[in-house]
Design a protein around this ligand. Structure first.
Ligand code: HMG
Ligand code: MG
Length: 305
């Protein structure tokens, strides 16, 4: 049942950097260089930035410059660069910068939704619907995110039925793919299996349109991804170097490292089109450039640092 090809959505330039605590400056040039290197390693979906409020998330400032530069690069014409968009204001900025794909985001937890976007889940879904409508008018593809699918930093356990409901709404609105986010990395293989059973029994056809997005706080991300693959899911979000976190989920660690996911997939005989040794070199480059710890076990073992 494990798919023969997995598409990795590389999220380091957005999720990896948005909450990074470092004394180093994260310049627009560093972000562009990171994206170019990731594309060169074979990644074909690279989240390039975020059109959220700079007061809320200062490190995503300059996403317009980054997006313009990578879209204009003739070596990356076959790469998708989704950018996060929270509302119509952000959509207009993304459109001006030339976005061809955006990602809307909401949550399965009321408290997290409030903390992250200053509105309820219902209001957030209404915002998503507006943004998706505008995107459709401009032929822009829309990915969706649901946060806190396996636990919330404010509410603890989350009802899988709520995850299924929010996911289904995003599909109905027109998202071509919905990524299920374990924002704080508390999920276990058992909980992942239970969640996917609930979601897929509510919408069996969604298996080809779901992605999984694990943070690795409790070290369960690879085990959880293995379960997701066994459920037939073939899109996995990951962040080179294991960079990442959400500013509104304190204590949550980085995303699962892309290097580790690629190694896992190779071990399962699953193609993903990514060059592992190049990826390890990128993990080494970006974490030393930013003074961040290199969290990829595979990258460290491969002796790149
Ligand atoms: P708000 O303060 O309620 O917004 O924030 P508002 O509509 O009341 O407007 C207040 C001011 O912000 C106004 O400016 C607006 O123009 C401006 P003023 O008139 O006072 O000068 N504004 C904006 N500026 C720039 N870009 C915009 C924008 N919108 C309004 N898009 C808002 C609401 C949604 C904007 C805010 O809460 C926000 O930006 N939140 C984003 C938080 C965020 O980025 N979190 C991290 C990403 S989600 C994540 O990491 C999870 C994920 O990885 C999956 C997982 O792991 O689970 C995806
Ligand atoms: Mg995330």
């Amino acid at each position: 049942r494990v798919p023969s090809f997995v598409r990795i959505v590389e999220v380091a330039p957005r999720d990896g950097l948005q909450a990074l605590q470092t004394d180093a400056e994260i310049t627009v040039d560093t972000k562009i260089s990171l994206i170019q290197q990731l594309a060169h390693a074979g990644l074909r979906s690279i989240e390039a930035g975020s059109f959220v409020s700079a007061e809320w998330v200062p490190l995503m400032k300059g996403s317009d410059e980054v997006l313009r530069a990578v879209l204009a690069d003739p070596d990356m014409t076959d790469v998708a660069f989704p950018v996060l968009v929270p509302n119509t204001y952000g959509f207009k900025q993304a459109l001006e910068a030339g976005a061809r794909e955006i990602a809307v985001f909401t949550a399965a937890s009321e408290s997290f939704c409030q903390e992250n976007t200053n509105c309820s889940i219902a209001q957030s879904l209404a915002r998503c619907e507006k943004v998706i409508g505008l995107a459709q008018e401009h032929d822009i593809k829309v990915r969706g995110y649901v946060s806190c699918v396996l636990g919330c930093p404010y509410e603890g356990e989350i009802d899988s039925a709520m995850v299924a409901y929010v996911t289904e709404r995003l599909f109905q609105m027109g998202c071509y793919e919905v990524s299920l986010g374990d924002t704080i990395g508390v999920g276990t293989p058992g909980a992942t299996a239970a969640l996917l059973s609930t979601v897929l029994s509510a919408m069996p056809d969604a298996v080809d349109k779901l992605a999984v997005h694990f943070h690795d706080t409790y070290g369960q991300a690879l085990a959880n991804i293995t379960i997701a693959l066994q459920y037939g899911i073939s899109v996995v979000d990951a962040s080179v170097g294991g960079l990442g976190g959400c500013p509104y989920a304190r204590g949550a660690s980085g995303n699962v490292a892309t290097e580790d996911v690629v190694y896992l997939l190779q071990g399962l005989g699953v193609e993903c089109g990514v060059d592992l040794s190049r990826l390890c070199a990128i993990g080494h480059f970006i974490t030393s450039e930013l003074g961040a710890p290199y969290m990829s076990r595979v990258g460290r073992a491969a002796g790149k640092r």
